[in-house]
Design a protein around this ligand. Structure first.
Ligand SMILES: Cc1cc2nc3c(=O)[nH]c(=O)nc-3n(C[C@H](O)[C@H](O)[C@H](O)COP(=O)(O)OP(=O)(O)OC[C@H]3O[C@@H](n4cnc5c(N)ncnc54)[C@H](O)[C@@H]3O)c2cc1C
Ligand code: HEM
Length: 370
């Protein structure tokens, strides 16, 4: 371990168990000395679940070598423009963090720790600022809601039209904010279409309980509302050079990026067999089945298998979609794309590993950690 890494770990271990208090102090300090910064953060701030503080500590500690994480940090810096973060804010945040740690470490804090954190933070901030400066795209795009449809109790499908073209690749996701309902809260959602000539984007969203952003998008969004979109991200894209057949595995609204990839394939595919496995708890949540069946009827290379895990009279397959995939096959020569909730993705990856599918043939996006 290098000297810098040792100092960072050693000093963090002094305050680690008071992490919540460090976070509270950090924000209080920052907002007291720079009240204007409060406006960058959501109204309902859950300091304990603060993404910023945890992220900085992780970044500073694990990204010992900023060169290695160049692309990630440049992307993070570009992305921070959507929060209205300006270059001068970096020093304030870095300073507040070190002060908070010093306060809770008490006498055990050493002067060499100050320097270690300042150096590591500065290196990361420089990379982030570099990324922000060189991004030719706007910090975010305004997009008008053109259509909004409830497809199931908790699921909405809606279409938006960005005011300026937003380039993305099929299978990627974008950040979304709903300023009228939940200002300054950003979450990621996957367009369900391949890039279109008119630039419109379709989203499939499930309201997660009273989740801040998802319930706003499903229950309160109206045609004519303006939402904000930012920075397409993600690697779950098609490799056009691959000649292997394709298996798509989608759980619930995890279908969104899969639909996008499928739409891209409809534009050029003639030779690859494509299997879609679409699962949900009950049949109502298979909210886009009519459209999938229409595609399957039109494209001879496409087949669709549906499954419900909690709907015993559903006429399709029964069980979790990961188990259903294993009932079909063999899958030795296929490219896999998996998308859905954390547990669904985890279970599917486990099944695929048991089937001996090499991980380099699997791309996936998990919607949640749990
Ligand atoms: C790459 C990516 C792409 C995504 N694409 C889509 C998409 O196309 N469609 C879509 O509907 N969602 C998608 N999501 C999920 C989305 O980003 C939000 O996490 C989700 O909508 C919940 O946000 P919220 O603000 O409503 O909930 P929050 O207010 O953040 O959370 C509410 C509570 O629910 C818990 N929670 C959050 N998410 C889940 C979950 N999935 N299952 C169970 N509990 C959860 C949280 O821990 C919290 O306690 C995607 C996520 C990722 C990472
Ligand atoms: C080393 C520097 C920094 C790192 C590594 C970092 C990292 C992160 C990460 C990973 C997130 C979560 C991203 C997301 O949810 O999309 C985040 C959120 C955020 N960051 Fe930063 N950040 C840094 C500096 C700053 C600075 C200087 C500001 C200016 C005040 C800032 C303001 C925010 C805001 C407003 C959010 C969203 C609100 C929240 O989730 O708490 N960040 N940061």
């Amino acid at each position: 371990m290098g000297d810098l890494a040792r100092l960072l770990k050693e000093s963090w271990s002094l305050v680690e168990e008071h992490q919540d208090k460090v976070a509270g102090y950090f924000y209080a300090r920052m907002f007291l000395s720079h009240p204007d910064l409060r406006d960058l953060f959501p109204v309902h701030m859950d300091v304990q679940r603060s993404r910023l503080l945890g992220a900085i500590v992780t970044a500073v500690q694990t990204l010992e070598d900023p060169e290695k994480f160049d692309a990630y940090l440049c992307g993070l810096g570009r992305d921070h423009r959507k929060f209205h973060v300006e270059p001068e804010h970096y020093e304030i945040v870095g300073g507040a963090l070190i002060e908070a740690m010093r306060y809770f470490a008490g006498e055990q804090w050493g002067i060499e720790y100050d320097q270690a954190w300042a150096d590591a933070y500065a290196a990361i901030a420089a990379k982030m600022l570099g990324g922000a400066e060189t991004d030719p795209n706007p910090a975010y795009w305004y997009a008008e809601v053109m259509a909004h449809e409830r497809r199931a109790q908790d699921i909405a499908v809606f279409t938006v039209m960005p005011m300026q073209p937003l380039e993305f690749r099929a299978g990627q996701y974008v950040s979304v904010e709903v300023p009228r309902i939940q200002p300054r809260l950003w979450r990621t959602y996957s367009p369900a279409n391949a890039p279109r000539r008119d630039n419109s984007l379709e989203f499939h969203v499930r309201a997660i309980g009273n989740g801040w952003v998802s319930s706003a998008l499903v229950r309160r969004l109206r045609v004519g509302d303006m939402i904000k979109l930012a920075a397409p991200m993600g690697q779950m894209v098609l490799d056009r050079r691959s000649t292997r057949d394709v298996v798509f595995v989608a759980g619930g609204t995890g279908l969104a990026p899969i639909k996008s990839l499928l739409e891209e394939l409809t534009r050029y595919n003639r030779t690859r067999w494509v299997h879609v496995f679409f699962g949900a708890k009950n049949r109502d949540d298979l909210y886009d089945l009519a459209e999938l069946n229409r595609l399957a009827a039109r494209y001879p290379w496409l087949s669709v298998v549906t499954a419900c895990s909690e709907d015993p009279t559903f006429p399709g397959e029964q069980g979790n979609i990961s188990a259903v995939v294993a009932r079909y096959g063999p899958w030795n020569e296929h490219d896999f794309f998996v998308s859905g909730s954390g547990p669904m993705v985890k279970a599917t990856l486990k099944t695929l590993a048991e089937l001996g599918i090499p991980s380099m043939r699997i791309k996936y996006d998990s919607f949640s950690e749990i």
